[in-house]
Design a protein around this ligand. Structure first.
Ligand code: SF4
Length: 322
C-alpha cells in the first residue's frame, strides 16, 4: 500500500533555561493509505507535538532540529507558507478534543463546512451539495434543517460530527484526530469512534488517532505506536501489542484498561507521572523512574529499538539479538 505520511527521525525541542529540551525525540512512523494508526501515551508524551509538526502548526518556540516528514512522497518541512495552507484541509485535516473551540459560534454550522470547501476550490453549488452529503455521511439527521443551526444549538456529539464533516469535505487522504472523544460521554464516544471506522472504510481516509487510552483506540486501529516522554517505546500491529505487549510502559497502559486488566482485582495503574520537559533524563531510559523492572544499566544507557516477536520495542529487557 502507498505510504501517505512518513515521519523520519523527527526531533522537536524547546529551549528552556538555556538548553534544548526534547519534546519529540527521534520519532519515526509511516501511515499507508486507508490505514488507521494510533499514537498512544499519557498527556505530555509528545503525541500532539508530533501531529502539529505534520501540519506545520508547532508553536513558534519549538525547534525542529532533525528529521523529515513526507506527505505522499513530498517533503513538508521545507514547504512555503502557501504550500502549508494548501496542504491543511486538502491533504491533511486535523480535529481536536473540544469541538466548540474549532467552530465559530456566530456562523451557521452548514456554512462553516461549506466555507472550508470553498477555501479549497469548490464552487458555490458544489460546496453546498458536498456539505449536505458530508453531513449525511457523518450521521447527522435532517441535514437541511441542521445546516442552518448554530453550534450552541447542537449537542457535543453533533458538534464533533460537524467538525469531522468539515475536516473531510475536501476528501483529504489523511485525517489526524487528536483525542477526538475525550470531551464526550462514553456512549457518544463509542458512536464517534465507530463513525471514524465507517468513514475510514467508506472514504478510504487514512487516520492518525491520538489518544491516552489504549482501550478506546484498540478496537479501531490497525497499528499502534506507544509514545513515552517524546520517544516511541513500542510499535506494531494492534493485535500483537494487545496480545503480547513487551515494554513495561505498554504493559502498564494495558493493565489500567478494565477489559485487559485483571478482572476481579484492582486495576494496575502506573505509579508516578511523565517527567516534564526540563526534568527528562539526558541519558538512559526515560521510563526509568517509574519502571518496576528497571536494572542498573537502564539509568545510564538509552535503550535502542529492536525487533521482537514481530514488533518493535526499545527496552533493555530485550537486547539486540546478535
Ligand atoms: Fe524499564 Fe529498563 Fe526497559 Fe526502561 S529500559 S523500560 S527502565 S527495563
Amino acid at each position: 500500500r502507498k505510504a501517505i505520511l512518513e515521519i523520519e527521525h523527527l526531533h522537536l525541542d524547546y529551549r528552556i533555561g538555556g538548553r534544548f529540551c526534547h519534546a519529540v525525540h527521534d520519532v519515526s512512523l509511516t501511515i499507508h493509505s486507508g490505514e488507521i494508526l494510533a499514537l498512544v501515551g499519557e498527556s505530555g508524551c509528545g503525541k500532539t507535538q508530533t501531529a502539529l509538526a505534520c501540519m506545520g502548526l508547532q508553536p513558534e518556540s519549538a525547534h525542529i532540529g532533525k528529521g523529515k516528514i513526507y506527505f505522499e512522497g513530498r517533503e513538508l518541512l521545507s514547504q512555503s507558507k502557501q504550500q502549508w495552507n494548501t496542504l491543511r484541509g486538502k491533504g491533511i485535516s486535523m480535529i481536536f478534543q473540544e469541538p466548540m473551540t474549532a467552530l465559530n459560534p456566530l456562523v451557521k454550522v452548514g456554512k462553516q463546512i461549506e466555507e472550508n470547501g470553498r477555501n479549497h476550490g469548490l464552487g458555490k453549488i458544489q460546496a453546498r451539495e458536498s456539505t449536505l452529503s458530508m453531513m449525511e455521511k457523518v450521521g447527522l439527521p435532517d441535514v437541511g434543517r441542521l445546516y442552518s443551526s448554530y453550534p450552541h444549538q447542537l449537542s457535543g456529539g453533533m458538534r464533533q460530527r460537524i467538525i469531522i464533516a468539515m475536516a473531510l469535505i475536501n476528501d483529504p487522504p489523511l485525517l489526524i484526530a487528536d483525542e477526538p472523544t475525550t470531551a464526550l460521554d462514553v456512549t457518544i464516544q463509542k458512536q464517534i469512534m465507530s463513525l471514524m471506522k465507517t468513514l475510514n472504510k467508506e472514504l478510504g481516509t487514512a487516520i492518525m488517532l491520538i489518544s491516552h487510552d489504549l482501550g478506546v483506540v484498540s478496537h479501531l486501529c490497525d497499528y499502534v505506536h506507544i509514545m513515552y516522554a517524546g520517544t516511541i517505546v513500542e510499535n506494531g500491529p494492534v493485535h500483537m501489542i494487545l496480545n503480547k505487549p513487551l515494554h513495561p510502559y505498554t504493559k502498564g497502559l494495558l493493565g489500567s484498561i478494565p477489559s485487559y486488566g485483571k478482572k476481579d482485582q484492582r486495576l494496575d495503574s502506573i505509579a508516578g507521572i511523565v517527567p516534564s520537559l526540563e526534568n527528562r533524563p539526558q541519558v538512559g531510559c526515560q521510563f526509568y523512574n517509574r519502571c518496576t523492572q528497571r536494572m542498573a544499566s537502564c539509568k545510564n544507557i538509552s535503550p535502542h529499538a529492536t525487533m521482537r516477536d514481530g514488533h518493535m520495542v526499545a527496552c533493555h529487557l530485550y537486547p539486540e539479538e546478535a
